[in-house]
Design a protein. Sequence first.
Lengths: 626, 316
Amino acid sequence: MNRYPVWKYAIILIAMLLGVVYTLPNFFGEAPAVQVSSGKATIKVDTSTLQKVEDALKAASVAPQSVALEGTSIRARFDSTDQQLKAKDAIQKALTPESGDSPYVVALNLVSRSPAWLTALHASPMYLGLDLRGGVHFMLQVDMQAALTQRLEALAGDLRSVLREKDVRHGGISRNGQSIEIRLRDAQQLEGAKRVLSAQFADLQAQEAADGTEFRLTASIKPEAARRVQEQALKQNITTLHNRINELGVAEPVIQQQGLDRIVVQLPGVQDTAKAKDILGRTATLEVRMVDESTEARAAEQAGGIVPFGAERYLERDGRPLVVKKQVVLTGDNLTDAQPGFDGQTQEPVVNLTLDAKGARIFKDVTRDNIGKRMAIILFEKGKGEVVTAPVIRSEIGGGRVQISGRMTTAEANDTALLLRAGSLAAPMEIIEERTIGPSLGAENIAKGFNSVTWGFLVIVAFMFIYYAVFGLVSGIALGVNLLFLVAILSMLQATLTLPGMAAMALALGMAIDSNVLINERVREELRNGVSPQAAIHAGYDRAWSTIFDSNITTLIAGVALLAFGSGPVRGFAVVHCIGILTSMFSAVFFSRGLVNLWYGGKKKLKSVSIGTVWRPEGGSAVKAD
Amino acid sequence: MELFKIKKDIPFMKHALIFNAISFLTFALAVFFLFSRGLHLSVEFTGGTLMEVSYSQPADLQKVRGTVGTLGFSEVQVQNFGSARDVLIRLPAQKGVSSAQQSDKVLAALKANDPDVTLRRTEFVGPQVGDELAEDGLKALAFVVVGIMLYLAIRFEWKFAVSAIIANLHDVIIILGFFAFFQWEFSLAVLAAVLAVLGYSVNESVVIFDRIRENFRRYRKMNTVEIIDNAITSTISRTIITHGSTQIMVLSMLLFGGETLHYFAMALTIGILFGIYSSVFVAAAIVMWLGIQREDLIKPIKKDNDPGDENSGAVV
């Protein structure tokens, strides 16, 4: 009765094998590395970049362990941190063009030393949380009210110009809190204004009210439009943060949305919080200027001569210089949106810009006066300008809708739109939570967590063996297997391990042994009642199961609650806690039974089992069962 | 080895009244301290800035306190953290001053006094986050209580559910009472420990309830009190060994886990000790007071005999 069919052993073997494979990467440690990733949305890291990196390393005579393109970044591993630093300088120099900023982020990083075949199996070590590796954590709150106010201001401006265009006279348009108030003299104007609103302002909903002899139209943003505005504000802020953090040279930054209006930023390895905060809070701007079409300017572009007075030289995205006038036509403040799309006729990828009322008016005037000339759209990032595009003006452009086209691929159109949108923050943000952990503290925390788990584990296994003999040994092995599975699953999920997570691991082991104690006590009890050894093993496992199941479920309920309502460190604890409970059910019951069956199951005439002392009260003296 | 050589069932329930009185007294004391002293909440809940700095020599707390005091913060706390060289500074949240400015200012002042001070970590929590955390904590607690009660009510009977929850909430209050009495810092990690303990010590009650149910099926002649006594007696060795094992782990955390895990492990220790007490003495006693009967557990139509169970035929 105590035999497992072959398939059950097969399951155990496969599970163990998977467990070992996925746990392994954690043991190889980390190698110093230099990571090259794209610093701008328009630049992709590819094999040509890889070639450049390899050449740079050869030129600097630094021999890397390996250089490889992994996902969207290039990683070069080195033997020592000295080489790592030398290599970083060399790579940075090679990738930075003569003039201007490097379009790549070259950062120091630590990467797993695990062999290639493990990486090929997607087996990578657990991701260490900031409290274990050191770094900075920020939580930012996006001011959504401000985003809505900004949108309303823009809409109010648009409304003014559209009403003027349509010849609807009004007695004033003003933003009042979260709504726009339009005063109108008579019913006819009211009708006109309502028509304009419903035809051209889909985002607004209006309510009319009589105000003495006059009328008042109160327009507010529709809830779904408000939601869209907020979503976009958050997305844009995240994109902007990405762009800015790239400048810091962080190897693996985490920038995530949390809840509806929060952004979490984690920068592992960064110690200079002040600089990080400074960069997160900075703004980038967009400017529209006219291209200087004079012959001197042409000459300056081609031969690199003197730039004419009142003009400046900027680089286009492909590196060609372009001389533009210093006078600014429009700034990013007038840009309300930028979306990628396709031209209606040519099916060419384009970027559609939406300008606010003031911007639209200026744009209309400028384009009318400058047909046939070129206009440059320049993005100022990190204090440096870059010409995103410089199209020729074909006709007067009114209505505030501008289409940028010109030999763009779909990806480029996407990137450009993103870049234009991401230039500045859509809504102000405030840091509401901040944590900095020094690197030495991180290393200490790893040691503390590791020691806690190890010593606790060893003492429990020793005690189990002394108290329950062979059955205790089986329990100990099962506990070890539990730890193996726990680490393997956490590595597989690429869950973030934190110090509370390590505490949860220790606690999970301490609680998991409960199942084995229940089983062992049950088997002893059956033996005490005079049941034959084989029957006792069977009954012990069988009867203990329902208890183990119930008690694990109640623990799991608590774990799930922590997972659902916890944040930050509590979440890290809860993930490990929950997984630990699930793995313990497998290892403590299914696996340990397999071992016991293997040991005792085959023996037909089993006289005794080694489970320590089975004490019988009737005799008054202890009866050794083994 | 066998540590528990118990010849006869121990008449736990005869003394149920005394146990309940003891429980009630500790409970009342815990509530009293909770109200009179209150919890020493960590920065995570109250909002504010926390800095851990490290000196190469044992730090002079008075000097540090003086330095920080001159910067014009009210209610600054300065204490050692783990070792004599590490100092923890707590600053209250200030309106109009960002956390960065606060911590930079303090560090600059400390550096002016002693250049080899290094910043080990800072933590800043805005007041809105703190309120939310407290709210989420209460939600989690409510979720655990309702979840466990529902599960026990379905799996056993409502009387078990009620008594298990009362017994274990009483543990939670007692842990909080300890934290209030000693003014230990109550952080998010401690909250996690408290909830984990709640789930864990319900285990204990479940094991005993399971035995009570099984005994009702097996021993038709015993009365309720005898059945409960037998259930507790036959599970007591398992109870103590299990808790002992868990405590070994917790002790290991207490010894090696450092300051960060100290109060976490502390909460677990109290939870485990009172968990044994409350599940064995309190939960079972409440079940008895609630008047549990054989009929509550053994539904007439239910046929739940295990075919592999040799005893199932013999005892009827």
